[in-house]
Design a protein around this ligand. Structure first.
Ligand code: AQP
Length: 331
């Protein structure tokens, strides 16, 4: 084993192709090489408003997607963050070693809070501290994420270093992001300069993991294109064409240059038909398995309960050590 990985996805919206290609699929690839811990990060989800019943359903949906995409429940640990109390416990300790200046630099808070910073909840601001706690609670060495989360993993390294220095310990490893370049940033189908995102108000902007074949085909057909003949990869001047090529290459698991050469003289309409066939072929089996698992919640609930017990065993040991290092009196 090359080390331990930790990663998570929020049950906060529509699970989409970006989450799959940028995160979940890499998790499946890495599960044999690392000791792998994967989490449905529901505590993070409530940093923006959530309907409680929908949150429960989406927690099941995200866990179902992990299993449907090929995570092996015997090899990996799959659990819900709120089931292991040590996550917020460690986050509090980290809140007390993290300078405000570090949080002020986080671009995700700026993006999500927008101009209404004073009205944003404190949890949205301290979200990266909780993420550092998620990773370091398991003393994970590697964190597979999409490009958008790189800054947060770097902060987790800084926090680990700050803790180790403050308490003159070598307790936490400095975790490294693992970014699969070929699908590090999947863009919106409606605007090639924006990230495909669960919170985009337009459902046409993303392919949801739960979309059926017709919906996928329709969304790709309506995806924004440009007026040039043939596809080419040039994110600056042809963001939409580049994004569609990147999605094709990632789904086909082929080098982008090969895909670019193959479609350099193909019309958008013909290319979109090919992309749509490929997307359906790759995603449909996962979607069908997700639907089956979501209909049989008992199976997912059992997987989450087992995962929580496995995670808890590591987490309770590490939080006890941290509490001792910090100087809390044993109970
Ligand atoms: N467009 C994307 N391309 C590649 N990777 C992506 N990820 C998300 N969007 C893309 C990766 O998916 C993992 C889980 O993400 P998350 O649930 O923590 O939420 P997020 O990154 O905030 O995703 P969204 O969909 O963009 O949510 P909102 O709209 O709330 O901001 C991460 O590894 C992420 O890199």
């Amino acid at each position: 084993m090359k080390g331990r990985i930790f990663s998570g996805i929020q049950p906060s919206g529509n699970l989409h192709l970006g989450n799959y290609l940028g995160a979940i699929r890499n998790w499946v690839r890495l599960q044999g090489d690392y000791e792998a811990i994967y989490c449905v990060v529901d505590l993070h989800a409530i940093t923006v408003p959530q309907d409680p019943q929908t949150l429960r359903e989406r927690t099941i949906e995200v866990a179902a997607s992990f299993v449907a995409a090929g995570l092996d429940v015997e090899k990996t640990t799959i659990f819900a963050q709120s089931h292991v109390a040590a996550h917020p416990q460690l986050a509090w300790v980290f809140n007390c070693v993290t300078p405000l200046g570090w949080l002020n630099r986080m671009t995700q808070f700026k993006d999500k809070a927008g101009k209404k910073k004073d009205q944003a909840v404190a949890g949205l601001y301290t979200y990266p501290v909780l993420m550092a706690a998620d990773i370091l609670l398991y003393r994970a060495t590697h964190v597979p994420v999409g490009e958008d989360q790189k800054q947060h993993v770097e902060l987790a390294r800084d926090i680990a270093g700050a803790f180790n220095r403050k308490y003159e310990q070598d307790f936490f490893p400095l975790p490294e992001p693992v970014i699969q370049e070929e699908a590090a940033r999947i863009m919106s189908l409606r605007d090639g300069s924006r990230k495909m995102s669960s919170s985009d108000p337009s459902d046409q902007s993303r392919i949801n993991m739960i979309d059926d074949a017709d919906t996928i085909a329709q969304k790709i057909k309506r995806a924004k294109s440009d007026s040039e003949m043939g596809l080419s990869y040039d994110p600056e001047s042809r963001p939409e064409a580049s994004n569609l090529l990147q999605i094709y290459a990632a789904l086909a698991e082929e080098p982008r240059s090969k895909v670019e050469a193959e479609f350099s003289e193909t019309s958008f309409a013909d290319f979109k038909a090919r992309l749509s066939d490929l997307a359906v072929a790759k995603l449909e089996p996962i979607t069908m398995e997700m639907r089956r698992l979501m209909d049989d919640r008992g199976e997912i609930e059992k997987i989450l309960a087992r995962g929580a017990a496995k995670a808890e065993a590591i987490a309770s040991d590490n939080i006890a050590k941290v509490y001792d290092i910090v100087g809390f009196l044993p109970r």
